[in-house]
Design a protein around this ligand. Structure first.
Ligand code: CTP
Ligand code: MG
Length: 232
């Protein structure tokens, strides 16, 4: 089955403190958007890429991404990440595997994409995760702790989050009908228990670039990757 990546790049990056959306921040003359798209474009298992972008930056996005042959559609996103994901998913007609990825997770690896594609051979839903290094606590509205789950059972969700197209379309439509608001795509599927969601191991470098200080980290990860490439 075809593997289609949907890259969500329609956010405005409020928390980054930059004057442009964070996906247009440049390292070494390349935008973060080009860096993340190139990883999918160069991956043998990926057949097509759909970019969801902000309407104010559509021309800039088109110009930057012209060189990537697998980018088949560049569409305009919505007000929230969930809406942007909805639009990306609904832009595909033919049944396929979809890998939904945050453009802000700039340093997704080839290995993570390998694992996601392999996971979809046996499962209808796959989520990229890393172990939680901190203990996570649940609090009530007053801030009082109500639960401290065993850390060994906790994972932090990353992206790609991957699904059979028909499953994620159904999940999005049900969420829309019920006004369900979630922060990630697996939340849409798990809310109605529409499928078992399996996990694959992500990478700490696949962190979401969010705040001003994350851009220094992004430069370090970029340099580390370049050095590794040169040595191999
Ligand atoms: N995103 C999107 N459409 C939106 C909001 C977010 O496609 N309406 C995308 C972002 O571009 C990003 C990913 O979803 O790649 C994760 O969102 P986040 O890290 O929150 O990015 P922003 O919303 O851009 O940042 P902020 O919340 O700081 O404004
Ligand atoms: Mg956001």
């Amino acid at each position: 089955m075809k593997n289609t990546a949907i890259i969500l790049a329609s956010g405005t990056g409020e928390r980054s403190g930059l004057s442009v959306p964070k996906q247009f921040f440049e390292i070494d003359g390349k935008t973060l958007l080009e860096i993340v798209v190139s990883t999918f474009d160069e991956h043998n298992g990926i057949d097509e890429i759909i970019i969801v972008t902000n309407e104010n930056f559509i021309e800039r996005t088109k110009t930057l991404l012209k060189k990537f042959s697998k980018v088949k559609k560049i569409i305009i996103g919505g007000k929230t990440r969930q809406e942007s994901s909805f639009k990306g998913v609904m832009a595909i007609d033919e049944e396929c595997n979809v890998l939904i990825h945050d453009a802000a997770r700039v340093f997704v690896t080839e290995k993570i994409i390998d694992e996601c594609i392999a996971g979809l051979e046996n499962h209808n839903a796959v989520c990229t995760v890393v172990n939680s290094t901190d203990t996570v606590i649940e609090v009530d509205k007053t801030g009082k702790i109500i639960n401290i789950p065993q850390r060994e059972t906790l994972r932090c969700a990353q992206t790609p989050q991957c699904f059979k197209l028909s499953l994620i379309k159904k999940a999005h439509n049900l969420a829309m009908e019920r006004g369900l608001v979630v922060t990630d795509d697996c939340g849409l599927v798990s809310d109605r228990n529409l499928a078992d969601i399996y996990t694959v191991l992500g990478d700490n470098d696949n962190k979401k670039i969010t705040y001003g200080e994350d851009f220094e980290l992004a430069k370090m990860i970029y340099k580390k990757r370049l050095d590794l490439k040169k040595r191999s």
